[in-house]
Design a protein around this ligand. Structure first.
Ligand SMILES: *Cc1c(COP(=O)(O)O)cnc(C)c1O
Length: 364
């Protein structure tokens, strides 16, 4: 049999695949057997580890990334009628975290290289709206320009759901602003099923989130909505943290391989490569399509059993302020499969399918 006959049937390549092994399984089993399922010693240990990795003084684990954002926003004193700047191109969780306090999320357009909140446009919106806080996201792992956004009077929340475990210019992700926020949703950089955390050097912020995550033995308060993390989630996240450096390396290796294989001047007018800033995490590999919609590319790739995705869904109400770069991002960004367990054979299948489609788009 020749090599082609020996080839296995093509398998579907998913957009996400979780990374885990015996360590994760055993860690959860130990937590189950311990008989302590509600927030306990493992959550505390995870908080210690998150402080160690990011260098902040306080880490408070909660039930989700949205919960972490919501409680961080409240801890910074945002209340009804206040305004909070958020990237126009971002997860709807940001807007919901602000709306939960009867405050208004003000969408600010993003930059074209990093798809992170545009600091110049931020300054302009600050003059117009006098916001109480800003949420900046390290989108797809590209560092947001947090240093140029905030000030003593205008606290920044650095959303690190896509970037944690390294840093830029010697400053660890999660420690670059007044507050850092993490999500441990299953498919994030660090998975725990669900879960989140608030990181800060401000004792008052940490104390506020600690108080608010648990409604027990406190007066009635519509903002204490049970945001506690449980021991099973903490056990899973602790095991994931052990392999985080390796997962980050693997992602970077695969991203560089995408760049090598996709760099072809012939398709310069068809798609644009993601920003390759030297210090970033490769959480997503998002290409900007220039002549066809992302939706079409995702549909076309499915014919080759390759699952790509539109990474973020537009949450802005109709009639929102113009944000042309964000509009482009929602319409044109295609996220290719990128995760530590993606094999180079699978990656080659993705690349071949994508470049084949681009040939067709060139002729069209
Ligand atoms: C997923 C995500 C969130 C929300 O986290 P959940 O744990 O799903 O609530 C917030 N911000 C960003 C950037 C995310 O990717």
């Amino acid at each position: 049999m020749g090599p082609s006959a020996q080839r296995k049937m093509p398998k579907l390549i998913p957009h996400n695949r979780l990374t885990f092994g015996d360590a994760e399984c055993e860690s959860v089993v130990r937590a189950v057997r311990s008989g302590q399922w509600a927030q306990g010693a493992r959550v505390e240990e995870l908080e210690t580890q998150l402080c160690r990795i990011s260098g902040v003084r306080h880490a408070v684990c909660v039930a989700s990334g949205l919960g972490a954002l919501r409680l961080a926003v409240g801890a910074l004193g945002v209340r009804a009628g206040d305004r909070v700047l958020v990237p126009a191109y971002s997860c709807v969780a940001l807007a919901n975290a602000v709306l939960a306090w009867d405050a208004s999320p003000i969408p600010v357009d993003v930059e074209t290289e990093s798809w992170t909140i545009d600091h110049l446009k931020c300054t302009r919106e600050c003059d117009a709206w006098s916001p109480r806080a800003v949420i900046a996201v390290n989108t797809f792992g590209a560092p947001a320009d947090v240093e140029r956004i905030g000030s003593e009077d205008l606290p920044v929340i650095e959303d690190c759901a896509h970037a944690f475990g390294s840093g830029i210019r010697g400053k660890p992700f999660g420690a670059r602003a007044q507050v850092g926020v993490l999500s441990f949703y299953a498919t994030k950089l660090i998975g725990g099923g669900e879960g989140g955390a608030v990181l800060t050097n401000r004792s008052a912020v940490a104390e506020s989130v600690r108080q608010a995550r648990d409604y027990g033995d406190q007066l009635a308060d519509g903002h204490r909505l049970n945001d506690k993390m449980n021991e099973l989630e903490a056990a899973l996240v602790l095991a994931q943290l052990d392999r985080l450096p390796e997962m980050i390396r693997k992602r970077a290796m695969l991203a560089e391989r995408y760049v090598e294989r996709l760099s072809n001047p012939k398709f310069g007018g068809i798609f644009r490569m993601p920003g390759r800033m030297s210090e970033r995490i490769w959480y997503r590999f998002a290409l900007e399509m220039l002549t066809v919609s992302a939706e079409k590319v995702v549909k076309d790739l499915l014919q080759f059993d390759v699952h790509a995705a539109l990474p973020i869904t537009d949450w802005r109400p109709t009639g929102s302020a113009a944000a042309p770069v964000s509009d482009r991002a929602y319409r044109n960004l295609v996220s290719l499969p990128l995760y530590p367990t993606l094999t180079v054979e699978e990656q080659d299948t993705v690349v071949d399918a994508f470049l084949g489609l681009c040939e067709g788009y060139t002729r069209a």
